[in-house]
Write a protein that binds this ligand. Structure first.
Ligand SMILES: [Zn+2]
Length: 442
């Protein structure tokens, strides 16, 4: 995971944490995203949904919240991940959201929104999703500028009937995958208590879209009375992984001195050492940070994320050349990670290794074709290798993803001075596709 401040100074565009309008920010991190996908997969499959179609976005926000928008994009707030040491709460919420997807509630909601003239709110949410894929912060704000005021109008509430049906679906899913519904119940009870204390002001955003009534919580509690599924134990491997994700998130989000003083992180277990390595690096104590991460690497030589963190520590401390080896090792271990491949490519580009950088970036863009940050790096890499046609096309792709139409058109015009856009090559076909999407005449 990359955090914002230091990255800004060193490499503006390599900024996977995007600060959006109103302080809304998203986090890109392969380890956390993969964790969410892994715990989400059985949930979606239990609801007969295609797990690969569901995308996760991590919202850097302490509120207990999660929502689905624009079809199958699931937004999970860090507050929800951090709330409970047992992942059954997170999985319970995923199961409830999945109930909304499988029940087709979103399509109906979209129709209602259209009728209410709120379709722009959907655009706003999708803007967040696009920005989350790797926009630079200024671009994200520009992208969201038009729809930002709609955030206050918010998304339409699910109806009570939808809530009931999503709850019922969630309980069914949880039973099927052998996860205790106690986590979901804990969350509902907690939100219920919060609600009765706050009376509408500063109400939890989850409650704005998912109406909670005492009957609702009561109904679930009653249906689960004496239910053996409440006692399903969470598998210990899953609990350990959850603990590691919490440690990583906290170490990146909280003040480093807080982490280093926290008794919770003083022990010798892997998650604590991981957290201390991150906190030391964020506190600019590179030697201590390296000592900790090297210890973890020696002990777990096949763990890609320890190498990734080491690469990040070195890169952000200006040791770009040294960052290539650990980033390279991480990329070898996880060849399907666009984020790690791109991080490696950025280090390679900064040390004049354009050719290899291009190989990693081309693979990364194959995995995440709508990531403007990767297109940008590709534009730079092609340009430095003298492939001007490719470079302008990549920059046109980036501009088009940010909906900067004029800029995109300019880049296409320049590209067509370097390549024959009618020769049927893959590049020419891409140009034509871009021209079509921008309504340009050939
Ligand atoms: Zn709901």
């Amino acid at each position: 995971m990359k955090k914002i401040c230091i990255m800004l100074l060193i490499f503006f565009t390599a900024l996977p944490v995007n600060v959006l309008a109103q302080g809304f920010s998203t986090i890109r991190d392969d380890e956390i995203e993969r964790y969410l996908k892994d715990v989400g997969r059985p949930v979606f499959e239990a609801a007969n949904l295609e797990a690969d179609n569901i995308k996760f976005f991590i919202v850097n926000d302490p509120e207990l919240n999660a929502f689905v928008a624009g079809g199958q994009n699931m937004f999970i707030h860090t507050g929800l991940i951090l709330e409970d040491d047992d992942p059954s709460m997170l999985i319970g919420v995923m199961a409830h959201e999945t109930g909304h997807i499988a029940g087709g509630h979103l399509a109906r909601k979209a129709q209602e929104m259209e009728r209410a003239g709120k379709e722009a709110a959907v655009g706003y949410i999708l803007g967040i999703a696009a920005a989350a894929l790797g926009a630079s912060p200024t671009a994200s704000v520009a992208l969201l500028g038009s729809g930002a005021h709609l955030a206050q109008r918010g998304l339409l509430k699910y109806s009570r009937a939808h809530e009931e049906s999503a709850d019922a679906a969630a309980l069914k899913i949880l039973k099927k995958i052998h996860i205790s519904p106690a986590g979901l119940l804990r969350l509902l009870k907690k939100l219920g208590t919060e609600m009765s204390m706050k009376f509408g002001r500063d109400i939890n955003p989850y409650l704005l879209t998912h109406p909670l009534s005492s009957e609702r919580t009561g109904r679930i509690s009653a249906s689960l009375e004496n239910d053996p599924s409440l006692d399903y134990p969470t598998p210990s491997g899953l609990k350990l992984r959850h603990k590691r994700i919490i440690s990583k998130l906290e170490a990146f989000i909280k003040k480093p001195e807080e982490i280093l003083a926290d008794k919770k992180y003083s022990s010798d277990d892997v998650a604590s050492r991981y957290a201390r390595a991150i906190a030391n690096y964020r506190a600019l104590k590179l030697d201590k940070a390296l000592e900790l991460i090297n210890g973890l690497i020696t002990e777990f030589p096949d763990d890609p994320y320890f190498y990734e963190l080491k690469g990040q520590m070195l890169f952000e401390n200006g040791k770009v050349e040294d960052s290539i080896q650990p980033y390279g090792k991480a990329a070898d271990l996880l060849p399907d990670s666009a984020l790690i491949g791109t991080a490696l490519a950025v280090s390679l580009l900064a040390t004049d290794n354009e050719k290899i950088a291009i190989e990693y970036l081309e693979e990364a863009i194959r995995i995440e074709p709508k990531n403007p940050h990767i297109w940008h790096q590709l534009g730079v890499a092609y340009g430095r290798s003298g492939r001007l046609g490719d470079s302008y096309v990549a920059l046109a792709e980036e501009a088009s993803l940010f909906e900067k139409e004029d800029e995109a058109k300019q880049f296409i015009k320049r590209a067509s001075e370097h390549i024959d856009i009618n020769d049927g090559s893959p590049l020419a076909i891409r140009v034509k596709d871009l021209m079509n999407s921008l309504n340009l005449k050939n």
